[in-house]
Design a protein around this ligand. Structure first.
Ligand code: CA
Ligand code: CA
Ligand code: CA
Length: 541
């Protein structure tokens, strides 16, 4: 549907609502449409009837003498501009490549644009190893860029987008490479379309925070000033927090009481809440989905009831204290199912049981709070085949849900191109929004406590050092992948676990107060408790 059609539809809906208002006998009916009625005053601005801009030679199929694309201007080391075979579509693509170090920009000025938001989109491939490669949309004095990451290994095409606001009728599209010798960037099928593409969820799992604070953990702004961690994160763009809940955890943290306490703090700062139900007394992930001790001897019907009651109870308590959950995930990384063995997806698979458990969780959420979104969450965000296997099996039972959550740890879950291939596909195939609900990347190769960190120096992705800037670059590029999901269905990212710094007493094992932290090199606060630069990427949604 075009924006103009959307406006026409809205006018039609408002017309219906106005006629309802006209004969509505009760004030409760009258009140709701009045807010909508304001839309009657909205005229179709130019931006609402815009069509995609007409670019010259957007697919690089037309060349001039000298082998450069017609309709584009090249500046800098123009010998680095090539038209190569094997476009994303058609015969040809634009490539920047040179045997020496080079800097080159290929650009096109588009004028006659109505003022408003536009989004530049392009398919790209990249060797990596450039000093810098990006797409830029320059409108007036404002330049917006999206970095082009390496798409090796495999050299898959990925599609990136960047939005900017037209204020004086024109913009410049820029395709830029600052290359090292033999590094290359390819471009094809450039588009400039009306509208803005931005992430609405800028989230972090901060399940560690409450216990950390109790054990003496402190958090600081970049200038070294200690402050409330939530305030620091909010000032760095955080708008959504995720908390896990266990049924009866041994140390008394990550239980319902903690969620209620934290939810009240979030509410006071305008931070939204995603509750991550593990349905266990301890960690649940693809390698372990053990039942809570209190549920172990229940038959399947009673197990479903226990799941329902636990979910409904926490949700209802949140509603009652005025902090309804914005989203709830039924299970955590449930590739292998949950509540083993009843909800196994293997050996032998119990898809029907799992479908009943997930449907029960969904019903508990909606019975408590119809507005709350329900997420189903799997690990292995780059494995499209796995997502097909899992969601196709569930689809046979019509399991209801609203959002797909994926974990994407670059050192375990494939390349950025594989992440894009998966999230773009599953939003279409299952007609759902998607969230990268777990992501992290290290900022250090050293340790801040005696327990060896999970992500060690052998696990780095080329081009992203285990440094504060490497961590920032990886978060930036994961955000770009989610932003590029077609039709605005990529909602956002949750960083995991932003606040889990090395604090004695807040280790990984809730049965051992002396256990260490294997994650402190992936927190978003450094070993001196100072917020890391990656966090500020959330200020560019
Ligand atoms: Ca082409
Ligand atoms: Ca450690
Ligand atoms: Ca420290």
């Amino acid at each position: 549907m075009t924006n103009f059609n959307a406006w026409l539809t809205r006018v039609a809906i408002v017309g219906i609502l106005v006629s309802i208002v006209g004969c509505a006998p009760s004030t409760s009916v009258v009140e709701a449409p009045i807010e909508t009625e304001v839309r009657v005053t909205e005229a179709p601005t130019q931006a609402q009837v815009l069509e995609a801009a007409v670019l010259v030679n957007a697919g690089f199929e037309e060349d001039e003498a000298g082998g450069v694309p017609s309709g584009w201007t090249n500046t800098g080391d123009t010998s680095a501009v090539l038209l190569e075979e094997n476009g994303y579509s058609g015969d040809l693509r634009l490539t920047h490549k040179e045997s020496g170090t080079y800097t080159v920009e290929t650009s096109q000025v588009i004028s006659g644009l109505a003022n408003g938001w536009y989004t530049l989109g392009a398919w790209v491939r990249s060797s990596g190893k450039q000093v810098e490669a990006y797409l830029a949309l320059k409108c007036g004095d404002v330049v917006k860029r999206v970095n082009i990451p390496a798409t090796a290994p495999g050299y898959r095409w990925i599609r990136l987008v960047v939005s900017n606001q037209v204020t004086d009728g024109q913009c410049t599209l820029s395709l830029y490479t600052f290359g090292t010798p033999d590094s290359w960037t390819s471009f094809d099928d450039i588009e400039l379309t009306p509208g803005q593409t931005a992430l609405s969820i800028l989230g972090a799992d901060i399940s560690s925070l409450h216990k950390s604070e109790d054990k003496g953990g402190v958090y600081k702004y970049s200038d070294g000033t200690a402050a409330d961690a939530l305030q620091i994160m909010k000032d760095n763009g955080l708008n959504y927090a995720r908390l896990r809940v266990w049924v009866d955890p041994a140390d008394g943290y990550h239980n319902q009481a903690e969620i209620l306490t934290m939810a009240a703090r979030f509410k006071s700062l305008g931070i939204k809440l995603l509750v991550d139900f593990h349905y266990s007394d301890n960690w649940a992930d693809p390698g372990k989905q053990f039942k809570p001790a209190a549920w172990e001897d229940l038959d399947f019907e009673r197990l479903k009831q226990a799941l329902y009651d636990h979910t409904f109870e926490l949700c209802s308590r949140l509603v009652e204290q005025g902090t309804p959950p914005d989203m709830i995930q039924v299970g955590n990384e449930i590739n292998s199912g949950m509540l083993w063995p009843d909800g196994h997806t293997w050996d032998p698979p119990q898809w029907e049981n799992l479908a009943q458990l997930l449907t029960t969780g969904y019903n508990a959420v909606k019975d408590c709070s119809p507005e709350t979104k329900v997420m189903l969450h799997l690990a292995e965000g780059g494995d499209n085949e796995l997502f097909h296997w899992w969601f196709d099996n569930l689809a046979r039972y019509d399991v209801p849900f609203d959002v797909i959550g994926v974990s994407y740890y670059p050192f375990w879950h494939g390349t950025l191109a594989e992440l894009q291939g998966n999230v773009n596909d599953i939003t279409l195939r299952y007609d759902k929004d998607v969230v990268v609900v777990e992501f992290a990347y290290p900022f250090s190769v050293s340790e801040d406590d005696s327990l060896a960190n999970i992500a060690n120096r052998r696990m780095g992705t080329e081009g992203y050092l285990f440094t504060p800037d490497g961590q920032r670059r990886m978060l930036r590029d994961v955000m770009a992948i989610v932003r590029g999901v077609p039709n605005g269905r990529g909602l956002g990212v949750f960083y995991w676990d932003a606040t889990w710094t090395a604090v004695p007493g807040n280790g990984w094992d809730i049965n051992d107060p002396n256990s260490g932290n294997a994650w402190e090199n992936q927190a978003l606060f450094d070993y001196d408790d100072i917020v890391l630069p990656a966090f500020s990427e959330y200020l560019n949604p």
